[in-house]
Ligand binder design. Sequence first.
Ligand code: CAA
Length: 389
Amino acid sequence: HDRAVGIHDLSFATTEFVLAHTVLAEHNGTDIDKYHHGIGQRSMSVPAADEDIVTMAATAAAPIVERHGSDGIRTVLFATESSIDQAKSAGIYVHTLLGLHSATRVVELKQACYGATAALQFAIGLVRRDPAQRVLVIAADVSKYELDSPGEATQGAAAVAMLVGADPALVRIEEPSGVFTADVMDFWRPNYREAALVDGQESIGAYLLAVQGSWKDYTEQGGRALDDFAAFCYHQPFTKMAYKAHRQLLNHCGHGVDEDRVSRDLALTTAYNNVIGNSYTASVYLALAALLDQADDLTDRAIGFLSYGSGSVAEFFAGTAVPGYRDHLRTKAHREAIDRRTPVDHARYRGLHEFSFPADGGDHRTPAETTGPFRLAALRDHKRVYETR
Ligand code: CAA
């Protein structure tokens, strides 16, 4: 294909509240070094009672619609694994909140943390069919594990919105992709549960296997050589996982593990995930945001992406930063989205963690907590009611 297709704009949003790992460590007696260095996390985003995947998604996507308008957006692909409804797509609420045209298709996609990469690839296919079309891809998740479980320290929440189109201003996405699927029970969430179930060590092993599998397919499909890449954006359930994954890749490729190289390839990609926590589908694109926002100049340099979703599916692919991309970044807004969060103490965090609506079909209003542009005002007659502030 001669015409470039890829990410034309990227914007993210996160939550009203933040819990520092120092607070969690003090509560459960964990050595803080385990969190800061062992898993590589410093804080986690915590949603207010009136925030969810829809409010974060709309907050992330609103500046994109503001900058580019909604003309040309004929498809919204909403990727999530913390869905709010088993039938209706969360994207329809976002479609309303952003005032998008009725001549739009909206759909939700799921395959654990991998879903947004499927959405990105499907979006590219739609744009190749009709280069005038733009696709709004949204990845939004709230990562929730049981209180006092090993997974608790890796929770987080965020939404990334990306406008996918022809002649993109940020990153051209290349072919081929390397893909890999293996049926494993490393992490899952039955319909009757709010918190995910996870076999922690199994999940790390499954991820590493998927890195090898997707890279093997990528090379067999004629992909770039390892040394071509300026940086690698990995799915980051916790930022140290990217380091484990990259060492696995280097070993697999017969490169010795040179820690300076590992650090050079990854260091700029962890800055947002490190303070936001696991945002599942959004995580690998938060890695991209952190890289683009902080790197000196990546023009015409290749970026490797490794998207992993438990269960499991993985995809390795490459993107190239296009000339002039730095003029289109949202670095300041991204920093603000992180810095505006209000720290909570452990009791408040616990209360928010335990919050859920009764399933009785009554009129349940939420306390007004978020200071963001959109809020979940109530669950009334089993219907979610959103408000623009
Ligand atoms: N100082 C420094 N480091 C310390 C330390 C200390 N005092 N104490 C422990 N550490 C280190 C450990 O050595 C270990 O590092 P290595 O893995 O490099 O050896 C690290 O801190 C974590 O320690 P443990 O393995 O003992 O931690 P744990 O058993 O409490 O749990 C976990 C870790 C399994 C990742 C857990 O947080 C978990 O279950 N998380 C959720 C699942 C997950 O994120 N899996 C990742 C792959 S699956 C995926 O990617 C999909 C997804 O999004 C879920």
